[in-house]
Design a protein around this ligand. Structure first.
Ligand SMILES: Nc1ncnc2c1ncn2[C@@H]1O[C@H](COP(=O)(O)OP(=O)(O)OP(=O)(O)O)[C@@H](O)[C@H]1O
Ligand SMILES: [Mg+2]
Length: 280
């Protein structure tokens, strides 16, 4: 499988939120504007559902073009963290900046944010009554106000790219899980997002379909798409991610390059978790 063996392997990078802050703070006044801000910057983010405090003081900065893999036990807050970034979940305190701007509360600005931040879920969430082509063109036409014909041409090019152009006229139920997930990726890409969030995109798929979706994601990573990916696929993490972020009980417990994380998890909780996924 390509994700385990080859693919783009960006070098390990230990840039941290703290270092990025130091870099900015120590830059001469006139040069600050020229330094790239992270595409996503979460600072001291807290989120509770009633009495259940699910995200604790999350600090995370993701640079443009970076791929970050989020992993952690069930219930550790991975999905909630992803969902706060496109404001599917509002936060209780802290800040989230996307491309330097705070998340809008509502209205057109929020729709624009959601268009800039593509999301792919475990359950593909395609519109069942629409063809694959219509699923992919709907957002660009409605939200981006792209002309229908142009949207169709772009959608066909995207379906080609993810390998399902021959399914354009079919409805989701007529496609395999892997094909539906590739359609969902094409639909998100049609909005020309700045960032893609993937929440366990392969965990509902049969084993033989996992690699066809991971291959599409690896291509995206190689093309420089900024991606935050919740996955336990170590092959993908090793091939594509610059950093693995390990969450446990709503806290960032460890941040490391994938090879380092899987070979030498530092905390007891991460060691325990890695040994479980290795023995799986
Ligand atoms: N909409 C919601 N309402 C109430 N509680 C929620 C909601 N969404 C998530 N939670 C709770 O928040 C905590 C974190 O859930 P989350 O789905 O983010 O975990 P996860 O790490 O994605 O888990 P999994 O690996 O099982 O997908 C859990 O305790 C969950 O029960
Ligand atoms: Mg989840």
């Amino acid at each position: 499988m390509r994700c385990a063996a080859g693919g783009p392997v960006p070098g390990p990078d230990h840039r941290s939120v703290i270092r990025a802050d130091v870099r900015l703070a120590s830059a001469p006044e006139g040069k600050r504007a020229a330094l790239a801000v992270p595409l996503v910057k979460m600072s001291k983010v807290n989120k509770s559902f009633g009495a259940n405090h699910v995200l604790h003081d999350i600090d995370l900065a993701v640079d443009a073009g970076e791929v970050v893999v989020l992993i952690g036990p069930s219930g550790s807050g991975k999905s909630t963290l992803c969902r706060t970034i496109n404001r599917l979940e509002p936060i209780d305190s802290g800040d989230i900046l996307v491309d330097g701007h705070p998340l809008p509360d509502e209205g057109r600005a929020l729709a624009q944010l959601r268009a800039d931040v593509g999301m792919v879920f475990q359950q593909f969430n395609l519109f069942a009554h629409l063809t694959i082509l219509d699923n992919v063109t709907l957002g660009p036409v409605r939200v981006r106000r792209v002309a229908k014909r142009e949207a169709r041409d772009q959608a066909m090019a995207l379906l080609e790219r993810v390998g399902i152009a021959d399914k354009a006229g079919r409805r989701p139920a007529e496609l395999s899980g892997g094909q539906q997930q590739r359609a969902a990726i094409a639909r998100a890409l049609a909005m020309r997002p700045k960032l893609m969030l993937f929440d366990e995109p392969t965990s509902a798929l049969d084993p033989e379909m996992i690699s066809e979706v991971l291959d599409v994601m690896l291509d995206l990573a190689a093309e420089g798409m900024t991606m935050i990916v919740v996955t336990h696929e170590m092959g993908f993490a090793r091939s594509a991610a610059r950093r693995v972020v390990f969450l446990d009980e709503g806290r960032v417990v460890e941040v490391a390059a994938p090879a380092e994380f899987f070979a030498h998890p530092r905390s007891e909780r991460a060691r325990d978790f890695v040994s479980k996924i290795l023995s799986h």
